[in-house]
Design a binder for this molecule. Structure first.
Ligand code: GCB
Length: 599
């Protein structure tokens, strides 16, 4: 597969997006390392299928109870109908299974506001995620709203709290919308609700809000980053400590509340073979937060990807945040998923097509699994809509803000299978620039529709290539697209950058045997043969730096309506119950072979 390098594209000009970012509060980094009160557990719930409780008409958000004999309200909460948080609402009650609409969550909690005031402390409510739109109310008053189902957000409650019992009410609406991210046409189940943990976070009046501590690009023993103190004040003393190395670094904030941190250290680098994490303590203004941080470098050199300066081959797999027929939500869920990833012999996973819970990234840090995290900028996005653009921008900032200290995360994905056009090219170029500005230490990736055959030739073009570091090709030769030549005869024109086969897969029903000849038989042999054929092509392509089968396990998808599918996308190497199909061994064998190593 030799050929000419792809012709140079003229880079699209990023357009100025709406100023969605300036209105965003800085994230509270590392919520787990703070003083928190968990609001996980049972919440009172109410179904509002028509979404009528949100306006003035039914005004459920006022959370009133009748006081006089002639008073009544057409909503109410009791302990008989509850929902577990974290968790999707669809799979907790049969009547919610197909709901795409509104559900109300109510949770009273106690606060000693007098103590908080006396100690000059602030209280925030932090949501790991809520799919898709969340409107938050405290004691019958609006607190704030958030859009986007897979990234964290918070609101400050301090000034709205009363002594003793406070009532938190959350309206979660998971209707699919044309202007949303993702847009309606997704190939997964639209699990709604408070899918991740909810916590009250208590912080001193002035506190360490956020920090970014990673190796400086191109360096292996030099850390560069910053600490953000809120509210901003110039000259606040900041200290970063790595006790294991007996290291303490002092700095002072600038007028924006930001202190630059820079130091050299004899670091043992983080890698999949040795996922070394250091205990790091960040303190300022009497506040302190502890984290576990790994240090490693990731870079691109020509067509290669370098981890800690050495070429790496990414033995990957795609996965959805789903387990036991529901949205995965707990650390145990994530561990089970990542144990499958390790059992396959993979060193890399793509959280497709949205960031999973923070604990997933933290586990990957501890287990030594490289991650590609992406925002759900998926097929069908309305790039012309200014509101949609702002949503993408905020999501990207929320994703990066949450995980930019996780060594495991090596790639920020900005899109999957979006078709080139003026608005799309400009918006995604701007998102790539935003990602680089918010985190100059990681690679920017996007997945594209794989190339079609021109005889034996495969060639990819996209104006976005110049804006990103790693190109993903989703190829389905032998499934959606027929092969035109034998795999060894393919002439794939090098794209001039590292290429990942970011998706390839075929469907099979677990336990269903056949001759392996026809896609429409849904047999395991066809799927296994599909992979054998792909690997025959891939092993001859030197610019391919990794592969990601689609997908780890069968997952729920309402668009899959064949009786063998029964509401599941059956491209899993595992069934939805974790049983291994024949294709599992084909992939595992490839990962043990010399072809799955840097060439
Ligand atoms: C794709 C999408 C993925 C789908 C997959 C399929 O290209 O990126 O979300 O699930 O194909 O199975 O069709």
């Amino acid at each position: 597969a030799a050929g000419d390098a792809a012709p140079a594209e003229s880079p699209p000009q990023p357009i100025l997006l709406d100023d969605a970012l300036s209105a965003m509060p800085p994230p509270i980094a590392n919520v787990a390392g703070r003083r928190t009160q968990s609001l996980d557990g049972r919440w009172q719930a109410m179904i509002d299928a028509h979404g009528s409780g949100i306006g003035e008409w039914k005004a459920a958000w006022r959370d009133r109870t009748p006081q006089r004999p002639d008073e009544f309200y057409e909503y109410g909460f009791d302990d008989a109908f509850t929902l577990q948080v974290p968790g999707d609402f669809n799979t907790q009650h049969p009547e919610l299974h197909w709901l795409e609409g509104s559900v109300w969550y109510r949770r009273p909690f106690d606060v000693d506001i007098e103590r908080l005031r006396r100690q000059g402390r602030r209280l925030f409510v932090h949501f790991g995620a809520a799919n898709y739109r969340a409107d938050v109310f405290l004691n019958g008053e609006p607190v704030g709203s958030h859009e986007g189902g897979f990234t964290p957000f918070h609101f400050e409650l301090t000034d709205k709290l009363v002594q003793g019992e406070n009532r938190l009410l959350v309206h979660v609406d998971n209707r699919r919308r044309r202007d949303a991210v993702p847009s309606p046409g997704v190939d997964w189940f639209n699990y709604g609700g408070l899918t991740r943990s909810v916590q009250l976070v208590e912080l001193p009046a002035r506190h360490v809000r956020d920090y970014h501590l990673q190796l400086a690009p191109g360096e292996l023993q030099q850390v560069r980053g910053w600490v953000q103190v809120e509210p901003a004040q110039v000259g606040v003393a900041v200290r970063v400590e790595l006790p294991e190395l007996r290291l303490a670094v002092d700095a002072r904030t600038d007028a924006a509340g930001r202190a630059t941190i820079e130091f050299d250290a004899p670091l043992q680098l983080w890698s999949p073979q040795q996922p070394k994490l250091y205990r790091v303590r960040v303190s300022a203004a009497g506040d302190a937060v502890e984290d576990e941080i790994g240090f490693r470098s990731i870079a691109v050199q020509g067509e290669k990807i370098l981890l800690n300066g050495e070429p790496v081959y990414l033995r990957g797999v795609n996965l959805h945040e789903e387990i036991d027929g529901r949205r995965a939500a707990t650390e145990d869920d994530y561990r089970r998923l990542l144990e499958h990833v390790q059992a396959l012999g993979a060193n890399f996973a793509r959280a497709s097509h949205y960031p999973f819970g923070e604990e997933f990234s933290r586990l990957a840090d501890r287990m030594g699994i490289l991650l590609w995290l992406e925002i759900p900028v998926y097929q069908g996005i309305d790039f012309d809509d200014p509101g949609t653009r702002g949503t993408m921008q905020r999501m990207l900032a929320e994703m990066i803000g949450r995980d930019r200290n996780r060594a495991a995360v090596v790639m920020w994905g900005i899109a999957n299978e979006t078709a080139s056009g003026p608005a799309r090219d400009a918006v995604l170029t701007a998102l790539a620039a935003q990602a680089r500005a918010q985190d100059p230490t990681r690679l920017i990736a996007a997945a594209f529709y794989g190339p079609g055959f021109d005889g034996a030739r495969l060639e990819m073009h996209d104006p976005l290539f110049s804006a990103i570091d790693v190109i993903g090709a989703n190829i389905y030769y032998g499934w959606y697209t027929p092969w035109k030549v034998e795999p060894e005869q393919v002439e794939w024109i090098p794209p001039g950058k590292p290429l990942l086969i970011s998706e390839f897969g075929a469907e099979a029903k677990y336990g269903h045997r056949g001759a392996g000849e026809r896609a429409g038989d849904w047999d395991e042999e066809y799927q296994a043969e599909f992979y054998r054929k792909q690997f025959r092509m891939i092993r001859g392509l030197p610019f391919v730096q990794g592969v990601l089968p689609w997908v780890l396990a069968d997952f729920r998808s309402p668009v899959r309506m064949h009786p063998y599918q029964a509401g599941f996308n059956r491209k899993g190497l595992l069934s939805e119950h974790g049983e291994r199909k024949r294709a599992w061994d084909v992939v595992a064998d490839f990962y043990r072979s010399e072809a799955a190593a840097p060439q």
